[in-house]
Design a protein around this ligand. Structure first.
Ligand code: PLP
Length: 449
């Protein structure tokens, strides 16, 4: 990874002068100039390489520069680079058929979007039109995207400065056994009490006013919260009982992240609408969408769907999606993720937890894990406060900095470190990255009281 100080300076200069970055005070950031990437590694212009333990924004499921995806995009670009959504296109149809096939029985149609937020936006639109109701329920500790409905549904601090005024959303507590809102003492009790709470929320909000419940099948950024057995089945039953559309947000956990095509499949349930993005083509070209159950799709057989996007089902994005399916099937990606998760990550994280007093909980599935850091294992006081920034966040920032110094790019959020490498990561790389995290956690241990 040869250093190139001139390029480094040039990229920094243009970026700082002209690029307005997401979620940031523009004068307080220092974005890393990235020169290139391959597989699970990317590198900067200063000669440093990083193992990408966050798969960028948990989207790079097949790693950087996967040759099959690059070739598929190149082939498609030379054949037909773009075509408007109202025309039929071979790769668009091919990808929609493949996605519907893996979604399960009762799904045939896909509405393509540019990413995850607009997938949720359009799923909610469908639910409202089909039910004739307006309100949508979602969880505290959730992220659903940054467009108006999607951010209103978001149950984390990113909603606060964007607070909607129209009152068409309401929040409830999802299961979180380590920090139960229900004082439960087992996963079974947590599932049951969380369902009772959801039922009460539905009744008190007015069942007849609720169009949809939107749930991340495994809560992603807000904690890798795997629902205890029976929870998603209970949500399905409540939705059936009250005539509410069940929208599964699979944007972060779909397409193999946890070893299934869609994370809800491990729970044996079927939602009414499935939203996806990220892993569908590893983000090589922006793509998201809604997989639509036949019952909801039928509503729009004769009634026009009032929504659309210029780039819906973009051929370059869809070509990368078709190539993703081919790689998954040829290389057995789903089985690989389940194997690496169960055989390598789970035992190693348990072992790390047993040696580091700052580790309160480790949880996850497949190649998607959280290490939750605490000041005190008995009280479970978080290592840094909820939504910490600046000096308050320093203990977790020190762990992240130590990872980076040792060549691993981590994902951190509040008092957690997430492990979310590309699904193609080599076993040796995975072990090396976990070793780096193990060493870096000594910086968190220093703050244990
Ligand atoms: N839903 C979930 C669960 C997500 O994690 C994200 C992004 O992180 C989104 C929706 C929004 O997706 P996008 O950023 O592609 O709009």
């Amino acid at each position: 990874f040869p250093a190139d100080p001139d390029a480094d300076a040039r990229v920094r200069e243009d970026d700082r002068a002209h690029v307005f970055h997401s979620w940031s005070a523009q004068a307080l950031i220092d974005p890393l100039p990235v020169a290139g990437g391959e597989g699970s590694t990317f590198w900067d212009y200063a000669g440093n390489a990083y193992l990408d333990f966050s798969s960028q924004l948990v989207n790079l499921n097949l790693g950087h520069q996967h040759p099959d995806l690059v070739a598929a995009i190149q082939r498609q670009a030379s054949r037909l680079a773009t075509i408007q959504p109202s025309m039929a296109n071979d790769v668009r149809g091919d990808l929609a058929r493949r996605i519907a096939a893996v979604a399960g029985d009762g799904f045939e149609k896909v509405f393509f979007t540019n990413g995850g937020a607009d997938a949720n936006e359009n799923a909610v639109r469908m639910a409202r039109l089909v039910t004739g109701r307006r309100k949508v329920l979602s969880m505290y500790r959730s992220y659903h995207g940054n467009t108006s409905t999607a951010i209103a549904l978001t149950g984390d601090p990113r909603r606060w400065p964007n607070e909607p005024a129209d009152g068409s959303t309401a929040k409830f507590f999802g299961p979180y056994p380590y920090r139960s809102a229900f004082h439960s003492s087992s996963p079974e009790e947590e599932a049951q009490r969380a369902l009772e709470h959801l039922e009460q929320t539905i009744v008190l909000e007015g069942a007849g006013t609720i169009a949809a419940i939107v749930i991340e099948s495994i809560v992603g950024t807000n904690g890798v919260l795997v629902p205890p057995p029976g929870y998603l089945a209970g949500v399905r039953e409540l939705c059936d009982r009250f005539g509410i559309v069940y929208i599964a947000d699979e944007v972060m956990v779909g397409f193999g992240r946890v070893g299934e095509w869609f994370a809800f499949q491990a729970d044996g349930v079927l939602p009414d609408l499935i939203t996806f993005a990220k892993g569908v083509n590893s983000g090589y070209v922006p793509l998201g969408g809604v997989v639509i159950s036949d019952r909801i799709a039928a509503h729009f057989d004769t009634v026009p769907f009032p929504g659309g996007l210029t780039y819906s089902g973009h051929p370059l994005a869809c070509a990368a999606g078709v190539a993703t399916f081919e790689v998954f099937e040829r290389d057995g990606i789903l089985a690989r993720v389940r194997d690496l998760g169960a055989r390598v990550v789970a035992p190693r994280l348990q072992e790390i937890a047993s040696r580091h007093p700052s580790v309160g909980d480790v949880r996850g599935r497949g190649l998607f894990w959280a290490i939750e850091l605490v000041k005190d294992r008995d009280t479970r006081e978080p290592l840094v406060p909820f939504n910490a920034s600046g000096m308050d966040a320093a203990p977790v920032a020190a762990v992240a900095a130590a990872c980076k110094r040792d060549g691993v790019w981590p994902f951190t959020h509040f008092n957690r470190l997430h492990v979310a490498p590309p699904l193609v990561i080599g076993e040796d790389e995975l072990v090396r990255g976990l070793d780096v995290i193990d060493r870096a956690l000594s910086h968190a241990d220093e703050h244990v009281s």
